[in-house]
Each structure stands twice: as C-alpha cells, then as structure tokens.
Design a protein around this ligand. Structure first.
Ligand SMILES: [Zn+2]
Length: 205
C-alpha cells in the first residue's frame, strides 16, 4: 500500500506544468516537481485554473482541493498539482533565439496570410519573400511572411508597392519561443487560454 502510494506520488511529480513569464506568455513546460520547487523558492506563483488567481505555496496549500483533482501529500499537507505557474520576475523570453524555420514561421504568423488577414490551413499558405529573392531579398525573419495562395499569386515577383499590397505588420523575429515543445507534453485544458491553437502541435505542411 505504501509502495503504491509512493509510486503514484512519484508519477504525479513528473506530470507537466506550463510556465508563464511575467506577461503571462508561455515560455516553458516543466515537471510538477520543478514547478513546486520554483513556487517554494518564491520564483513563481501557482495559477488557479478556474479563477486565474495566483498563489504562493503557503496560500496554495490552504485552498480547498476540488474533488477529483490530483494532489500529493506529506504527513501534514495536501498539495494540489499545479498545472500552470507564472514567474515573478522573468519578463524576457528564454535566452535561445527562435531559429528561422518553416514551422516557426507558421507559428509566428499564426497560419494567417500577412496581406489579406485570411486564416488558412498550411497547404493553402506559402512563404512569401517581401523583397523578392530576385531583388536580393533574404530568407530571414524580417523578409518572410505567410501569404495565402491568392495573395501570393497577386504579389508574384514584385515588391509590396508594385503589387499594391499592404502588410498587416512588419515581420520580425518573434519575441516568444515559438517552438516550446508542447507536443511532448500532454496539453491540459487549463493551458488552452495561454497557448494559441496553432501552437498545440497541429500538422505543418
Ligand atoms: Zn491573402
């Protein structure tokens, strides 16, 4: 009996917790064990999934644990599993920069044509060079955008001005980390409001 409890508790500690930065943007997925350590050290606060109120460790253990919610226990306290934590001081994105890849470009532009604003599936979108390659345009974050089939055909090998098109916004290297590996973690319902649909491990053409 004791052994199976230990096994169960050990398993709960390896579940995934979403880490938000101070601006409530997802930056990382960690384990429950590491998330609890951050909260105990005062580096992060636990986000209550229903109310979005944030709690220190001492506040969290005093809350009523909803029925059916997983928790771990020590002889004296029961601790509900934190599904989302928010960092207290970290408002930067993780130090590694987002590499320029087709997948990350789809994530940055959120499957949206940057000319007409139409949202499409990956097979209806292509990577457009704002300054065409034939004019020396580079394949970089600040010269590539997603374009739908129609806008891409309209623009062809011309500049925006020549084609009479406008960009929704100037393309830049994304400030967040587009490639948080959410696929490797089970995506919890409580994470969904923080993670755009397109970053939930959909298919990329
Ligand atoms: Zn378009």
């Amino acid at each position: 009996m004791l052994l199976s409890d230990d096994v169960r508790r050990a398993h709960l500690l390896t579940l995934a917790t979403l880490v938000l930065n101070r601006s409530w943007l997802p930056v990382h997925v960690t384990t429950v064990r590491r998330a609890l350590c951050m909260v105990v050290r005062g580096v992060a606060r636990i986000v209550a999934p229903d109310t979005l109120s944030t709690h220190s460790f001492m506040e969290w253990i005093q809350l009523q644990i909803p029925p059916m919610s997983p928790f771990i226990r020590s002889p004296s306290v029961r601790v509900a599993i934190p599904e989302v934590v928010v960092l207290n001081s970290y408002d930067k994105v993780p130090c590694h920069e987002a590499p320029f890849t087709r997948r990350n470009l789809f994530l940055r532009d959120d499957f949206t044509c940057q000319y007409c604003g139409g949202r499409c599936t990956a097979d209806r979108l292509s990577v457009d060079h704002v300054v065409p390659r034939s004019r020396g345009g580079k394949t970089t974050w600040d010269n590539c955008v997603l374009a739908c089939v129609r806008c891409n055909a309209r623009k062809a090998d011309r500049t925006i001005k020549e084609a009479g098109l406008k960009l929704l916004r100037a393309p830049r290297r994304p400030r967040w980390t587009p490639y948080i590996n959410l696929r490797s973690a089970q995506l919890l319902e409580s994470w969904q409001r923080f993670v755009p649909e397109s970053r939930r491990g959909g298919s990329f053409g």
